[in-house]
Design a protein around this ligand. Structure first.
Ligand SMILES: [Fe+2]
Length: 472
């Protein structure tokens, strides 16, 4: 299995993969020529799909001919690993070239602190550290979760940087929309964003999904700059960590069909296979958490697809309802669905097919349907958004304050989730999901949902754009 994964890693095709025996453009015969800019920058880690594997990615603005991480359990850095390099040409007028370097570190020991730097003979980064992933003493792993963080007005950035370096989190899940936008100014916005997250991502894995702000040039800035495990595009992928199976996918395929329709079906088929596989492994990895950018449910004033009765993400393509995701995720008993895009925080009651499980005192104890959370208030220049006046039945808690979420999956039964302020110590919201059983909803779940659920009629309006009043 390991050999297979390694092969997949080496043979994948991000940008133009450069051959190991290539000649750089500056190798002209003139002994005084060298790379124009070989200094590594924008160093970031991602999870290699197993706690023993860490992927290190960085960028140079010129070809350095080699791609190396020197690392070890002290700053002697007595180990080294080589990787590959690909050329990413920006779609802007200047066609700026960026050389993206990727190295897979293997046999990383749980709980051991590693020191590392990256580069080549033409320049090395500063020394960073990471700790091999291992469950926390109280159980499981802790994640920072947020979307919609830009270069400008990145309100949560400082706090997340500080907490990451203190290892308050084990991993970041960034649920789409970066930089606003990465392609701007010939990609310099993307460079600046990757520099600003380096104090986070050089220390803990930074896991991502794509948002609408990454759309330019067919999402190529996202695809080239991030590297997610077991995927050659980072657009849809999954991994297990402790008791949770995390599935990342693109909501944007449904909206940017100018890049092709096949991507919707390809991804949907992949999701189906992935959930089938995860179902077989549910005894070992009981929780399934999905993440994608544009939500199915929301109630903020400027809401997009999620303000519609028939959100495309929820119910699929118009008329045919092909590739809808709500039925699929319900069928396979997805526990929690993480979203962003709306610049707010909103926790939903368990909900399926417009039936909201809000009629009990403990809606998150053995919920008979998936729980949704929108967490898109990390901070960007587009500011946070207000909510519609009357919360619709699916909305359990709403906040328009800047902030981000933290999640800890303690064990097979308990998942903790909270929303904290962008700075300071304010706890905005928290809740536990307690599950004594994971898997497909059974007859008992269906009866519970019917008995305690609120059925939302098709003519129910919660958004002023529908030109109707709240009458439920
Ligand atoms: Fe967005």
């Amino acid at each position: 299995m390991r050999l297979l994964l390694l092969f997949l890693f080496i043979s994948c095709a991000y940008g133009l993969q450069l051959k190991a025996d290539r000649k750089a453009h500056w190798q002209t015969g003139n002994p005084n020529h060298g790379p124009f800019y070989g200094q590594p920058e924008q160093v970031h880690l991602s999870y290699g799909g197993d706690p023993s594997r860490v992927i290190v990615t960085w960028l140079t603005f010129d070809d350095t001919l080699s791609t190396t991480v020197e690392y070890g359990e002290s700053d002697n850095l007595d180990l080294s690993a080589n990787g590959n390099c690909s050329l990413f040409v920006d779609g802007g007028q200047r066609q700026t070239k960026r050389y993206i370097h990727r190295v897979m570190l293997e046999n990383i020991k749980a709980g051991v602190k590693y020191y590392y730097h990256v580069g080549s003979e033409f320049g090395w980064s500063s020394i960073f550290t990471f700790v091999g992933l291992q469950p926390r003493p109280e159980g499981g792993y802790r994640f920072a979760v947020y979307g919609d963080m830009g270069n400008i007005n990145a309100r949560s950035l400082g706090k997340i940087q500080k907490l990451s370096q203190k290892r308050d989190f084990d991993m970041v899940l960034h649920v789409g929309d970066f930089a606003y936008d990465m392609y701007e100014k010939e990609g310099r916005f993307g460079d600046e964003f990757m520099r600003q997250i380096e104090p986070i991502a050089a220390y803990i894995p930074y896991m991502t999904v794509v948002g609408n702000h990454e759309e330019a040039y067919n999402f190529s800035h996202y695809i080239n700059r991030f590297y997610m495990p077991d995927s050659d595009h980072s657009l849809f992928y999954s991994f297990d960590i402790g008791p949770v199976h995390v599935v990342g996918f693109s909501s944007e395929f449904y909206f940017y069909t100018k890049y092709g329709w096949d991507q919707i079906g390809n991804q949907w088929n992949w999701l189906l296979k992935d959930l089938q596989k995860a179902e077989k492994n549910r005894k070992n990895v009981p929780w399934i958490v999905t993440m994608a950018h544009k939500p199915m449910y929301c109630s903020d004033f400027y809401a997009d697809d999620c303000k519609l009765y028939e959100s495309i993400i929820r119910t699929g393509l118009p008329m045919t309802h092909a590739y809808g995701l709500e039925n699929l995720f319900y069928k396979y008993g997805v526990d929690l669905e993480l979203w962003a895009h709306e610049h707010s925080y909103e926790r939903m009651f368990p909900v399926f097919n417009r039936t909201v499980y809000n009629g009990t005192k403990e809606p998150y104890v053995d919920p008979p349907a998936p729980v949704h959370v929108v967490t898109g208030s990390a901070g960007c220049q587009e500011q946070v958004v207000p909510f519609v006046k009357y919360p619709p039945p699916w909305s359990a808690f709403r906040s328009s304050l800047y902030g981000f979420s933290r999640m800890q999956v303690f064990n097979a039964t308990h998942l903790y989730f909270e929303q904290v302020s962008a700075s300071g110590d304010e706890l905005i919201d928290f809740f536990w999901i307690v599950k004594n059983r994971h898997g497909r909803p059974n007859q008992k779940d269906k009866l519970k949902l019917a008995k305690y659920g609120t059925q939302i009629p098709m003519n129910y309006c919660h958004h002023e754009s529908h030109d109707c009043s709240n009458s439920l």
